[in-house]
Ligand binder design. Structure first.
Ligand code: SAH
Ligand code: SF4
Ligand code: F3S
Length: 478
């Protein structure tokens, strides 16, 4: 162990057991309520933001089902409403405030309704103050670091009938063995690390999610083996910066090593992961992707900008040339790999020439898809203090130009798939159909095709016959 290495710890078993006791207490209370009102007690969780939040919401669902709550799909039918929030961009926050305002009426008609709000937004002091002042109908406020304490907080809210606010700063530990109730059976999110140490100058995530904390190999492997036993075929390993996995653990396990370990789990057919940071995408990881047959041919590698000057100001710690070099290396080691990326348009100080560099990277890298964002000022981040903010109209024009180029490239890449036979993991019926099934290729492309119920959860070969904007249409070869 190197000097000064910070080691991630686990929340004590005793503390976890305590939460299970609260789950049981609430369950008994709910049984009383259910028999007196003659119908189930119901909850709805509305999740904003990234897959980490989706996974956290699955944990909340697990706790709630243990407490005897049933999930429902309408706010008006709910006895408990939870908003799991995101603050990565301003519009994400505005959305939450809009929804929160709309709950006031509901609470007036149903005073027993409990409203809880959690997630990244709550890790900002001014947000909590604003909610306290403006949205008095909120009953429970908690953050990302004490999610596992939700049973206790809910119990306090139920017994005291007063507002409960509990938000922690990062603790450096991880809560294991709490219940989880997943949305899907065939695919599952598996969080392998929490937090981020990168401090990109525009980004709020390190402030609201705390420092990097890795889960132990043992815990991750147990979870994945259990998933496989329950019929799961595909896992997506989650972390803000998965390449740093293991740096805070005893021993020398890396993310590449983790992939090699999980590749051995029987029953799992596919492994994906996100997100990788280009600055530490190691050769070791590229070789692990190449060697592990379950690791899919897809890499999400956010570039954020094309100009080396802007990348430097973003504190990304790579240049345009280094990024393009990295992509070449990935493509030559893993033929046919699909690349996706994130791009921010209108970072403070971005000139027309800088933006043209972004277009140049997009043209050269030939991403399968890009998630594009208008730069959004986040209070507390260094970039927010930069006086050279870009006017909205300029940002929007650049955004449209970027989209036009990327859409053209995406279409060209997808057109190249016409007539090809691709392996698809069948997920189920597509939304509005009784005979069309949907699934994804190893490259993460959505494919729709005529199928049958017995195909769900299986790998099938589909011949691509038509290219649509967001998906491919194909036919099963019999
Ligand atoms: N850890 C991941 C993803 C973090 S958030 C990564 O490093 O890629 C997802 C994306 O949101 C980022 O990749 C970035 O493109 C975008 N983003 C983050 N902060 C932003 C901001 N202030 N304005 C606009 N987009 C932002
Ligand atoms: Fe934000 Fe950068 Fe961390 Fe991603 S790597 S979460 S963009 S600070
Ligand atoms: Fe948003 Fe938090 Fe994810 S800020 S993007 S939900 S880590």
């Amino acid at each position: 162990m190197s000097e000064g290495k910070r080691i991630t710890t686990k929340v004590s078993a005793e503390e976890i057991n305590q939460q299970y006791k609260y789950i049981e207490t609430i369950k008994q209370y709910n049984q009383g309520v259910i028999s007196s009102i003659g119908k189930p007690v119901r909850y709805i969780i509305e999740t904003f933001g990234c897959q980490m939040n989706e996974n956290d919401s699955e944990r909340l669902s697990g706790m709630l089902s243990g407490m005897g709550y049933s999930e429902c799909s309408e706010r008006k039918d709910s006895d408990l409403i939870i908003f799991n929030t995101c603050c990565v961009r301003e519009n994400a926050e505005q959305k939450v405030y809009g929804h929160l305002g709309a709950l006031k009426k509901l609470k007036e008609t149903n005073p027993n309704l409990i409203i809880a709000i959690c997630g990244c937004m709550m890790q900002q002091k001014d947000v909590v103050e604003h909610i306290k002042k403006t949205y008095k109908h909120v009953d429970i406020v908690f953050g990302t670091h004490n999610l596992y304490k939700f049973p206790e907080l809910l119990n306090t809210a139920i017994t005291t009938r007063s507002t409960v606010i509990d938000v922690w700063d990062s603790t450096g530990s991880i809560a294991e063995n709490m219940p989880i109730s997943r949305k899907e059976n065939i695919k599952a999110w598996v969080t392998v690390m929490y937090g981020c140490n990168n401090f990109c100058s525009y980004c709020i995530v390190p402030y609201v999610r705390g420092r990097e904390r890795s889960r132990s190999l043992e815990e991750i492997k147990n979870e994945v083996e259990k998933l496989a036993k329950d019929g799961c075929k595909e896992i997506t390993l989650l972390g803000q910066n998965v390449n740093s996995y293991g740096k805070d653990l005893e021993g020398d396990l890396t993310f590449a090593g983790l992939l090699r370990e999980l590749n051995k789990v029987q029953g799992i057919e596919r492994i994906r992961f996100m997100t990788s940071h280009p600055k530490d995408l190691s050769d070791e990881l590229i070789y692990a992707m190449r060697d592990c047959e379950k690791v899919c041919e897809h890499l999400h590698l956010p570039v954020q900008a094309g100009s080396s000057k802007i990348l430097d100001e973003m504190n990304r710690r790579y240049s345009k040339e280094q990024y393009l070099g990295l992509i070449e290396k990935v493509k030559s080691n893993i033929p046919g790999i699909a690349l996706t990326t994130d791009i921010i348009v209108g970072f403070p100080g971005e000139t027309e020439e800088d933006f043209n560099e972004t277009l140049d990277v997009v043209a050269k890298a030939r991403f399968d898809m890009a998630y594009t964002f208008l730069y959004s000022k986040r209070t507390g981040t260094p970039a927010a203090k930069n006086p050279e903010q870009i006017p909205e109209t300029v940002k929007k024009q650049r955004f449209d130009r970027l989209l036009e180029l990327q859409n053209k490239i995406s279409k060209e890449i997808n057109d190249g798939l016409l007539g090809k036979e691709l392996e698809v993991l069948v997920e189920g019926l597509s939304k509005s159909s009784k005979t069309t099934y949907t699934g994804r290729t190893r490259e993460n492309k959505i494919v729709n095709f005529k199928g049958s119920p017995d195909m769900v959860g299986k790998l099938v070969k589909v011949k691509i016959e038509e290219i649509q904007t967001w998906s491919l249409l194909g036919k099963i070869n019999k």
